[in-house]
Design a protein around this ligand. Structure first.
Ligand SMILES: Nc1ncnc2c1ncn2[C@@H]1O[C@H](COP(=O)(O)OP(=O)(O)OP(=O)(O)O)[C@@H](O)[C@H]1O
Ligand SMILES: [Mg+2]
Length: 268
């Protein structure tokens, strides 16, 4: 079963997206569309299946649409066209209550810019998803303490996140996403701010969780070593379009474009 599937998903920023369709159909570039219509092509015609139970890695240059794609999965961004299915359910059709339920129980996310609550303590930030699930305070605290230690922040539970370094804040974001039992984990450059040793520990933590809980992990990274170490399958986006999808070995053996080649060449 596919955990997530995208069917002809496009996201165009601007007041009148329809005016870009004929240009896109002719194969106009993102820059041409921007110049002629003042609309931004964040994603165009992405069709992609992500199987349950693996680590799926999304790569691509800055601005290629990676965060946009990830954010359509929990509908933080609604596609302009196309369908996104999570466990077979078309999430573009969910009402607000069902969408909340999906976000609380099925999907957790590590945000690119951490997305912490600045006036809550580190421990309260980590426990936050559990409070949305109405889990009693003592249990919340106990589980948050476990994750505080696992991400190496013992002793910082009562601090405010603003007092911590960016690598420490990234670990709070990781702990907050990993504390839930949601089967789908979305991670937007989750290790970017970490030193190499901590990065490796956090990679191991995610791989262990994936194996123990059979989670589906969908991860954006710029780092070829992250991708090489973790990916079951991967894709490369280029200017909002899917350049290629497959296993790491497939992309290495037969990169479809020079762009893909450039990304996989650095993976060992
Ligand atoms: N709110 C917005 N309004 C207009 N354009 C936007 C908006 N959000 C994103 N974009 C554009 O959509 C495109 C894709 O952005 P996105 O954030 O998905 O890129 P990315 O691949 O995650 O980049 P990075 O590696 O820098 O995080 C970019 O051209 C960006 O400028
Ligand atoms: Mg991004």
């Amino acid at each position: 079963m596919n955990a997530v599937s995208f069917s002809a998903v496009s996201k165009i920023y601007g007041p009148n997206p329809e005016i870009t369709w004929p240009l896109l159909a002719e194969g106009a570039s993102k820059a041409e569309i921007q110049t002629h219509t003042d609309h931004v092509v964040a994603l165009h015609d992405v069709t992609l299946e992500i199987a349950a139970g693996g680590v799926f890695v999304i790569m691509g240059r800055s601005g290629s649409g990676k965060s946009t794609l990830l954010r359509t999965i929990n509908r933080l961004i609604k596609p302009t066209q196309g369908e996104v299915r999570v466990n077979g359910q078309n999430i573009c059709e969910l009402d607000d209550a069902k969408l909340m339920q999906l976000r609380k129980t099925q999907i957790s996310m590590v945000f690119q810019h951490f997305g912490l609550l600045p006036h809550k303590t580190v421990l309260e930030n980590i426990a936050f998803p559990l409070s949305l699930q109405n889990i009693p305070a003592p249990e919340r605290r106990e589980r948050a303490q476990v994750w505080l230690a696992r991400v190496g922040l013992t002793g910082y539970g009562e601090a405010l996140p603003g007092r911590l370094s960016s690598g420490m804040r990234q670990r709070i974001g990781l702990a907050r996403a990993l504390i839930t039992e949601a089967p789908i984990l979305l991670m937007d450059e989750p290790f970017a701010a970490l030193d190499p040793l901590t990065r490796r520990e956090m990679q191991d933590e995610v791989l262990r969780l994936k194996a123990d809980l059979n989670k589906t992990v969908i991860m954006i990274t710029h780092d070829p070593l992250d991708a090489a170490r973790m990916a079951t399958r991967m894709c490369v986006l280029h200017e909002g379009r899917l350049a290629q999808v497959g296993s790491v070995n497939e992309l290495r053996a037969q990169p479809a474009t020079a762009e893909v080649h450039a990304f996989v060449a650095a993976m060992r």
